[in-house]
Design a protein around this ligand. Structure first.
Ligand SMILES: [Zn+2]
Length: 277
């Protein structure tokens, strides 16, 4: 059995997928005093519970089977609604990877994607995707030549392509941490104290956080809260920090080595990283 790593965001993705089914939040409540979890909504607590179950499954074969079943159910449900082929992105549905090497270069690389312009008709999306990948060097180095080729081949004129670039957070992304349980707990206590101070600095801030704090991501997209963005974003940052610390802490308690069985990950749709295997 090969012992491999996955990034923290992949761990969370697995957890989020299975968190909608037969998850009992009393499980996560068993780990912490209630003040540690009071800022999270039920879906967030479900995800944290699912994280703890995925970590526990590293040493529990029955739990592994349960997670694979829950994961398959969730995937089947999602795929019904997702017709990936027609997605207007160049890279779709690529499999997540697991790594052999903690210092793997691709853990540090950026995530990139390119939108397929609306000018390309629905029935040409597949052709354009292949064309783009074959001509990606020209796209990068000689943009005008690339656009001319598009015009020739697809009979449409485009002059802009939306791109996504996301920095990977390097080592941090592996769920690696320096302190043990005690140190992380004190960091958690500190951040909770900061959050209380932030929330109680004025009635205005208190009101906004009471209204939006349970679903900051959704509130940030809602026009009703346009004027409160700065406060909601700050609160969202606090919650993300708190959640990351709790996941680190769960890892340190449940499985400090944080090494997964590759067969289990392949059942969940992962593939081996091409850079470190
Ligand atoms: Zn790798």
């Amino acid at each position: 059995m090969a012992q491999v790593f996955i990034t923290k965001s992949h761990l969370e993705n697995i957890a989020r997928l299975i968190s909608y089914q037969s998850i009992d939040v009393n499980h996560i409540r068993g780990f912490y005093e209630s003040r540690f979890l009071g800022f999270f909504s039920t879906p967030e607590l479900n995800t944290l519970t699912a994280v703890s179950l995925v970590l526990e499954s590293i040493k529990d074969e029955d739990l592994k089977i349960k997670i694979i079943t829950l994961h398959d159910n969730a995937k089947a449900r999602i795929e019904k609604y997702n017709k990936n082929e027609n997605s207007r992105w160049i890279y779709v549905g690529s499999k997540p990877a697991y790594h052999h090497d903690e210092k793997c270069i691709s853990l540090r690389s950026t995530y990139e994607n390119y939108e397929i312009p609306v000018e390309i008709p629905e029935d040409k999306i597949k052709d354009y995707r292949t064309f783009f990948l074959n001509n990606i060097d020209e796209y990068t180095n000689k943009r005008d030549v690339f656009f001319a080729k598009v015009e020739l081949k697809f009979n449409v004129r485009i002059n802009n392509v939306k791109e996504v670039h996301k920095e990977n957070s390097g080592q941090q992304s592996l769920n690696v941490f320096t302190g043990g349980h005690k140190k992380i707990l004190s960091e958690i206590s500190n951040i909770i104290e900061e959050m209380h101070k932030y929330k109680n600095q004025s009635n205005e801030v208190k009101r906004i956080i009471s209204n939006t704090g349970f679903n900051t991501k959704k509130a940030l997209k809602h026009p009703l809260y346009n004027e409160s963005h700065e406060i909601i974003r700050e609160w969202d940052n606090y919650k993300t920090k708190l959640k990351d610390l709790i996941i680190q802490d769960l890892t340190s308690i449940i499985t400090p080595e944080y090494k997964f069985d590759h067969d289990f990950l392949e059942e969940l749709g992962f593939k081996k990283c091409s850079k470190c295997f």
